[in-house]
Design a protein around this ligand. Structure first.
Ligand SMILES: N[C@@H](CCC(=O)N[C@@H](CS)C(=O)NCC(=O)O)C(=O)O
Length: 203
């Protein structure tokens, strides 16, 4: 198994899940400019990470990769067996992948929408405002729970990765105690520490 990544970007979620699973894997860091070069575009025509390779399977899209790993290694217990609990896990995966990640996409990708810095700033601010609303929902969901769905799943490392982006962009989460406590718990997880260290990052 091989994971192509950029440090701290969304592949960190897969990286942590690979650590939780504990089976052998390798990683390949990709420079941002290399994402748009023919060699990488042959793997992923979108020109983005993660790309995950397992034998002749070349998989993109974080949610698909994470579900694949949960299904391949059910012993890791990262996707519940009960049909309702699976649906809940997919619901929160959709929330993090399609809503929360996308709101940060506006902030990180603001230059794609306009060359005017005032417009770019407005787009970024809109993305961050949306993210704040979504984090408030997550804070309620985490109340009384260690993990977003109640049990450890493939969604948690993805949520953690995006909380790190909020911290990097100085988004104030201090009024969301359950989100802060979740981040701190993940920071002290041995597998999380190993994935961060391998990417040259710190908790
Ligand atoms: N929907 C994709 C999004 C992938 C994505 O946005 N990747 C970012 C890093 S988090 C990236 O490679 N950005 C570089 C670029 O698009 O140029 C997924 O979930 O895997």
């Amino acid at each position: 198994m091989k994971l192509y990544y950029m440090p701290g970007a969304c592949p960190l979620a897969t990286h942590i899940v690979l650590e939780w699973i504990g089976e052998p894997y390798e990683t390949q860091a990709v420079e941002r400019k290399a994402l748009k070069e023919p060699e990488f575009l042959a793997l992923n025509p979108v020109g983005s990470v993660p790309v995950f390779v397992d034998g002749d399977l070349v998989l993109t899209q974080s949610s698909a990769i994470l579900e694949y790993l949960a299904e391949k290694y059910p012993q890791a217990g990262l996707m519940p067996e009960d049909i309702h609990a699976r649906a809940e896990t997919r619901r929160w995966m959709g929330f993090v992948h399609s809503d929360l990640h996308k709101s940060f996409g506006l902030a990180f990708g603001k230059a794609a929408f306009s060359s005017e810095s005032a417009v770019q700033d407005a787009i970024a601010a809109g993305g961050i405002a949306k993210a704040r609303q979504l984090f408030a929902i997550i804070d309620k969901q985490l109340n009384g729970k260690d993990w977003i769905t109640g049990t450890r799943s493939i969604v948690d490392p993805y949520l953690y990765t995006i909380i790190r982006w909020a911290d990097a962009l100085k988004v104030d989460l201090s009024d969301l105690p359950n989100v802060v406590a979740f981040r701190d718990r993940m920071n002290s997880d041995a597998a999380v520490k190993a994935a961060l260290q391998a990417e040259g990052l710190q908790a």
